[in-house]
Ligand binder design. Structure first.
Ligand SMILES: Cc1cc2nc3c(=O)[nH]c(=O)nc-3n(C[C@H](O)[C@H](O)[C@H](O)COP(=O)(O)OP(=O)(O)OC[C@H]3O[C@@H](n4cnc5c(N)ncnc54)[C@H](O)[C@@H]3O)c2cc1C
Length: 489
């Protein structure tokens, strides 16, 4: 997504934002949209070429059910509040979301004791509709379960979303309501000038702001240091996954969790919001915040664990493997607070799982913290919560598709055959500023299917060239340093 005009290198030097948000992942983007409802000048700063290229792009996509964590944590409250906000958000923002429900699968009577604990905890947290299940009830809810299942827990309010489409829509909505987006803006230096912050980027741009929100994900510790604020360390915890083809016989109807371990919620079988299946994630402490490799040993463990719940999981259904890094603090809770050391700085750090679920509620919480810190909030009378829907050819019946083709024949040119994505949808992504291969992949799903872009990548490159006027050697996978074609055409 491109910088909006005022966030570009031409930003007036003397221009002052009321609030600058560092980081356009799900946390920063939801804060930006929430603040766009007020008479505020808000700028969203992102170091990558597009939004949602950090932690928010590689996760399980689950809208959690509110029973996994103790009521003592802030994250538990925000998870429950966030969960309840998704139906309305989907109506406003048009992203794939299914409230398919969550099952926790017990494979022994010993594990049923933990299910009992999760149930009691969920009730104490206020999770709506959760249910202790007998073996029979579990099979009624999910026929693909292993016959070893002895019972479990059902949380009907849990679900799945497509995280990148969610974030893209959130940012589109924020920008429609006046938020400026500055991509490629890597905040590397911060100075205090009376009651303003001067945020300098690596490429020489400067933004002045009265209040700043640190939503920098894995780098929230580095950003905090730039402000001379709280000292904490973000310790990445890697999660590896396998993605299974949408044709797999193993696709469950609900998200399946094992009984959790002390470090993670365990390895899951997830029917994604777009019809594929994810299995994973692992939970591995790593030092390097860019270490996203996958390895055979952990992946084979994922297969074993997934088969314990759904025996039909097959190696031949695997399309690809990937990993994400949880931005964990030593404290298991989120750290969301007005900084005690840097005036006007709001810390949004340690946003590991359930950060995706909690993000809309995090935005409410941050809005209240800004008010506490002195930021004046006056509601706009003309705030518009809706984004324009992009029709997707695969959602249409043949009769509806005929009508769509009459309006725009490029819906008839299927660029990505695996995911059934038309030229019109790719062009819509490019015209919204997603002009890298990954940006288009996350916006449309083209390149995400069985062939992983083998068939469509070249066609997408040609469309980017046609729509933007870029040369082939300017086209990248995900911004500077990731050119896909070199030499002569
Ligand atoms: C394996 C895994 C599974 C998960 N599963 C789930 C799940 O199923 N459900 C759920 O609710 N949560 C889940 N989560 C958690 C969820 O993904 C995160 O909580 C959430 O994505 C964090 O979003 P964020 O915006 O805080 O961070 P990010 O998405 O990382 O955003 C931070 C942004 O800040 C930018 N940035 C960093 N430094 C700077 C700088 N100096 N200047 C400018 N920009 C900067 C980065 O480029 C990045 O885009 C999972 C996480 C992982 C890793």
């Amino acid at each position: 997504m491109h910088s909006t005009p005022n966030g570009s290198p031409g930003t007036p030097a003397g221009h002052t934002a009321d609030v600058a948000i560092i980081g356009a992942g799900v946390s920063g983007s939801c804060v930006a949209r929430r603040l766009s409802a007020y008479e505020l000048d808000v700028i969203l700063l992102e170091r990558e070429v597009d939004v949602c290229f950090g932690v928010s792009k590689a996760n399980s996509g689950i809208i959690h059910g509110g029973f996994h964590h103790s009521p003592d944590y802030l994250k538990t409250r925000l998870e429950l509040q966030g969960n309840l906000m998704f139906d309305r958000l989907q109506r406003e923002l048009d992203f794939p979301f299914s409230r398919c429900g969550i099952l926790v699968v017990a494979l022994s009577h010993e594990e049923m004791k933990y299910i009992d604990h999760l149930y009691t905890q969920g009730v104490a947290n206020g999770a709506i509709g959760i249910e202790m299940c007998s073996r029979e009830r579990m099979f009624e809810l999910e026929p693909k379960l292993t016959t070893d299942c002895v019972g479990g827990l059902f949380a009907p309010g849990g679900g799945v979303i497509e995280p990148y489409r969610f974030v893209f829509s959130v940012v589109e909505s924020a920008c429609k309501n006046g938020v400026r987006l500055a991509t490629g803006f890597d905040v590397t230096h911060v100075k205090r000038d009376n009651d303003l912050y001067l945020l300098h980027s690596a490429d020489g741009r400067t933004v002045r702001a009265r209040y700043v929100v640190n939503a920098a994900g894995l780098y929230a510790d580095t950003v905090s240091r730039l402000f001379g604020a709280e000292e904490f360390a973000i310790r990445p915890r890697k999660g590896q996954y396998y993605l299974l083809d949408r044709m797999t016989r193993a696709a469950p109807q609900r998200v399946l969790f094992p009984v959790p371990t002390h470090v993670s919620k365990g390895m899951l079988v997830i029917p994604t919001a777009e019809g594929t299946v994810l299995i994973g994630p692992t939970a591995e402490e790593v030092e390097d915040k860019t270490e996203l490799s996958t390895d055979a040993e952990h992946l084979s463990d994922i297969l074993d664990q997934a088969r314990k719940m759904v025996p039909a999981v097959s190696q031949t259904d695997i399309i690809t493997a990937f990993s994400g890094l949880r931005p964990a603090l030593d404290d298991p809770d989120f750290f969301i607070a007005v900084s005690q050391r840097a005036p006007g700085l709001i810390q949004v750090a340690g946003i590991q799982s359930p950060g995706l679920t909690a993000a809309p509620a995090i935005a409410e919480y941050v809005k209240d913290l800004l008010k506490q810190a002195g930021c004046r909030l006056t509601e706009k009378s003309d705030w518009d919560p809706f984004v324009t829907r992009v029709p997707r050819i695969r959602d249409f019946t043949p009769f509806e598709a005929d009508e769509l083709l009459r309006q725009d024949p490029s819906y008839g040119n299927l660029v990505c055959r695996c995911e059934k994505i038309s030229e019109a949808e790719i062009v819509a992504a490019i015209r919204r500023g997603h002009d890298t291969l990954d940006g288009i992949k996350y916006f449309t799903r083209a390149q995400m299917g069985r062939c992983q872009g083998g068939f469509c990548t070249y066609k997408i490159i040609k469309l980017i060239m046609r729509e933007t006027g870029m040369r082939f050697d300017q086209i990248t996978k995900r911004g500077p340093g990731s050119a896909v074609l070199t030499g002569r055409l």
